[in-house]
Design a protein around this ligand. Structure first.
Ligand code: HEM
Length: 232
């Protein structure tokens, strides 16, 4: 790509990000791509149930792939964009709607009325906290911030040690369930943000979103539930 075209494209992207429609579009696109990552990540981690051999084979294959650093960099960009836009759109929404305060009050009065879309920011922040602990456990394990680590551990040994640590297990169970709650609204909302809203398809997407949220939330939570609580 020529320098001029690249400059035009990045200029267009930055200008799009300064509008609320552009922000919603990028929020939806990054959210859906992150859902794709979660699906692949869960499938990989469920191999632990098939046995250490299968999990280690998968982990070694993943690490041998020369494109892994590129995929990791892309993933980081997705997370960072999604988080920055979450702060920005939340600020825009609360600033633009005077009704926000009244809505908050009614949420307190009708304390039992739990609607996932009212809690997107809060659940997102909780998932971010879980993710930071998770990255320090798994991705930055060599830094030994909290848990022991040595080179002779296989990927399965290491994952099981993390899942059997009481603090990690508790945070992973709660964090995964909160992630599921976040996706309960997030999945279908991403389609709407991308303009994919149609009376014929939206009910199906909404149901698919509920199924996806349950599979991801319960699927990830099941790993520490099984390896820490049930099969010590
Ligand atoms: C509870 C079950 C989970 C287990 C056992 C697990 C396991 C792992 C492992 C072993 C790694 C390191 C991979 C590597 O070194 O290449 C990793 C990385 C990662 N995990 Fe998880 N994970 C779990 C849940 C999650 C959830 C729910 C999220 C998202 C909210 C997540 C997001 C990530 C991210 C972003 C990375 C870094 C990816 C990379 O840089 O390669 N994980 N996970």
């Amino acid at each position: 790509m020529s320098g001029v075209r690249q400059a035009l494209l990045s200029n267009w992207f930055i200008r799009a990000l300064s509008t609320s429609v552009g922000q919603k579009l990028v929020m939806g696109a990054t959210g859906l791509l992150l859902c794709g990552f979660l699906t692949v990540h869960l499938a990989g981690n469920l191999l632990l149930f098939q046995g250490a051999e299968h999990y280690n084979k998968y982990a070694h294959k993943l690490h041998e792939n020369e494109l892994l650093p590129v995929a990791e960099a892309g993933l980081l960009v997705l997370f960072v964009l999604h988080i920055i836009l979450a702060f920005s759109t939340t600020r825009m929404n609360t600033g633009a709607r005077p009704i926000g305060y009244r809505e908050k009050q009614s949420k307190l009065v009708g304390g039992l009325e739990i609607r996932p879309h009212n809690y997107m920011f809060l659940t997102g922040v909780i998932v971010l906290g879980f993710l930071l602990l998770h990255l320090s456990d798994m991705r930055l394990a060599e830094w030994k911030m909290r848990l022991p680590y040595d080179e002779s551990m296989t990927p399965a040994d290491h994952a099981l040690m993390v899942l059997r640590d009481p603090i990690s297990a508790t945070v992973y169970i709660l964090g995964s369930l909160v992630l599921g709650f976040h996706l309960l609204h997030g999945f279908q909302s991403a389609f709407k943000s991308l303009g994919l809203n149609h009376p014929k398809y939206t009910p199906f997407i909404t149901k698919l979103g509920v199924l996806f949220a349950i599979v991801i939330g319960v699927g990830f939570a099941w790993l520490p539930i099984w390896f820490f609580l049930l099969k010590k």
